[in-house]
Design a protein around this ligand. Structure first.
Ligand code: HEC
Ligand code: HEC
Ligand code: HEC
Ligand code: HEC
Length: 392
């Protein structure tokens, strides 16, 4: 589970000297996220990409509370989703989960600033989010005491505080941030991947892993006698072996229910479209039907149900026939005949062929599969091997 542990030793600067020295070695863990972009959890399409998710973050922190303490939990910003009805639900759910996890600081960056204030501001208040931002509605810095450390966590590159551990949160790119001097720790939410911390003159630069696929864990060890600071950085890659925190899980389930309501309310009329559904194909192609039933394609919707996602538009496009297209899948009540990845998901709409079966179906190429078997959703996809497994 642990990987990429990096050690960086920096000679202690005057600024890191605390006013009162309690012990010769002092330690603090900084747990950070950034650029989550509304990704509450991974889709779970493949074990190869099934990493991250707020319920696992919370589960990991709870499970390891003792070894992590004292710790601060920071989001460097750009946590929100797009400004769509579903995106807004995600953003609100993200904030709720921050609340449950007790984030110490949440920075508001470009994505948050592009949302209407009358949407975001009430949520920040309702969930009592310790937000910092450049805009006048919030403070730009928070001062905290954690363990033996006095922390200045800020979004303002001009707000350096003598005698404190200074942490700057920004969504500017690494190329610009490298030029800033004097900061102990800078955490980016630019979406850049820094496999290892970047060392600057007197400190280090980190970057929140895009879409929360990994949790950043930085341990700061200050040795007063040896006059040095040791930074130990680890990416926690939270896969299927990490247990969800039940409280955050509950919030995600509420989100799933709200998404379901959202999509059922957007249904207007059902048109008789180009798709006919598998039972019609079976009338003449029963042997093909028999072999299809044995493939994963026939279970694609129940895979979603098992995760409470059977009404999530972001999942249905690949787990049904023609979702979002004219006459395609809407939901299981309205269009039960178009559930799962049926014949027409590969062969194309069949109504014309039904009227005159000498009319050919769409040709199938690798691209037909790649619409759904993307590198993200199906990292092991190999056309030849996968074709073999669905042969009929
Ligand atoms: C771009 C297409 C696409 C989207 C969108 C998509 N999936 Fe998938 N999903 C796939 C493919 C392809 C597979 C099969 C992957 C493989 O076996 O290589 C899959 C497999 C799965 C599985 C089965 C995993 C297993 O181990 O058996 C689950 C569960 C799943 N998806 C859930 C979801 C959820 C939840 C969402 C929405 C959040 C979603 N999918 C969105 C394409 C998609
Ligand atoms: C409309 C989207 C879609 C298309 C098009 C599609 N697939 Fe899939 N495929 C899926 C989904 C979703 C799953 C996962 C089903 C599940 O287990 O829930 C899947 C699973 C599979 C699996 C099973 C993996 C396993 O062992 O369980 C194979 C093999 C496969 N697809 C091959 C193909 C091939 C080959 C093509 C192209 C000829 C193709 N698929 C086209 C969505 C699609
Ligand atoms: C995952 C994609 C996929 C699904 C789902 C699928 N097929 Fe196919 N089908 C193929 C591919 C690939 C071929 C290989 C032939 C080709 O090059 O077109 C094929 C071939 C065929 C052929 C032609 C065989 C031949 O000898 O030319 C028929 C008929 C057919 N499929 C019917 C069906 C029916 C009926 C269903 C639903 C029960 C179905 N298919 C589901 C991908 C799919
Ligand atoms: C009324 C009977 C009938 C129905 C219903 C029917 N087919 Fe066919 N289909 C045929 C016949 C007969 C052929 C062979 C045509 C030929 O060789 O000219 C054929 C050929 C095909 C082929 C291979 C030729 C090609 O164009 O690629 C595919 C694929 C296919 N059908 C898929 C489907 C699918 C998918 C459905 C459901 C949407 C479906 N068929 C419904 C009778 C039917």
């Amino acid at each position: 589970m642990k990987l990429f542990t990096t050690y960086i030793v920096i000679l202690l600067q005057a600024i890191l000297f605390p006013a009162i020295i309690n012990a010769s070695e002092q330690s603090l863990t900084i747990i950070y996220t950034g650029a989550m972009e509304g990704e509450l959890e991974p889709c779970g399409c493949s074990p190869g990409t099934d990493f991250g998710g707020v319920a696992r973050f919370a589960g990991y922190i709870k499970e390891n509370k003792e070894t992590l303490s004292p710790y601060v939990l920071i989001d460097a910003g750009n946590f929100s989703a797009k400004d769509t009805p579903q995106g807004r639900l995600k953003t609100e759910t993200m904030l709720k989960s921050f609340k449950v996890m007790n984030y110490d600081v949440v920075a508001l960056m470009g994505r948050e600033e592009s949302l209407p204030e009358q949407f975001l501001l009430p949520l920040i208040e309702r969930y009592k989010i310790p937000a910092i931002s450049d805009s006048s509605s919030y403070g730009s810095a928070l001062h905290l005491k954690r363990g033996d450390f006095e922390l200045n966590i800020t979004v303002d590159p001009g707000d350096y505080q003598e005698g404190m551990l200074n942490i700057l949160l920004t969504d500017r790119p690494l190329s610009e941030v490298r030029l800033l001097e004097g900061w102990d720790i800078v955490i980016l939410s630019s979406g850049e991947i820094l496999e290892e911390p970047v060392r600057t003159g007197g400190g280090i630069i980190l970057s929140g892993y895009p879409k929360g696929k990994r949790l950043g864990v930085l341990t700061v060890k200050r040795d007063i006698r040896e006059k040095r600071v040791v930074y130990q950085h680890t990416w926690q890659r939270l896969g299927r072996d990490v247990k969800d925190d039940p409280d955050v899980r509950k919030i995600i389930e509420e989100y799933n229910t709200s998404v379901g309501r959202l999509s059922s309310s957007s249904i207007t009329t059902l048109t008789e479209g180009p798709y006919v559904g598998i039972s019609r194909c079976a009338e003449c192609h029963q042997p093909y039907m028999d072999s299809w039933v044995k493939t994963g394609h026939a279970r694609a919707l129940s895979s979603l149900s098992q995760k409470g996602k059977q009404r999530d538009p972001e999942c249905l496009s690949c787990h049904t026939v023609g979702f979002g297209k004219e006459g395609g899948f809407v939901n299981i009540e309205a269009t039960p005949d178009l559930a799962n990845v049926q014949c027409e998901a590969c062969h194309g709409p069949g109504r014309a062929h039904l009227q005159d079966y000498s009319r050919p179906m769409s040709p199938i190429t690798k691209d037909t599969c790649m619409k759904c078997h993307t590198p993200q959703n199906s990292p092991d996809f190999n056309y030849r091997k996968y074709l073999e497994r669905i042969k009929h």
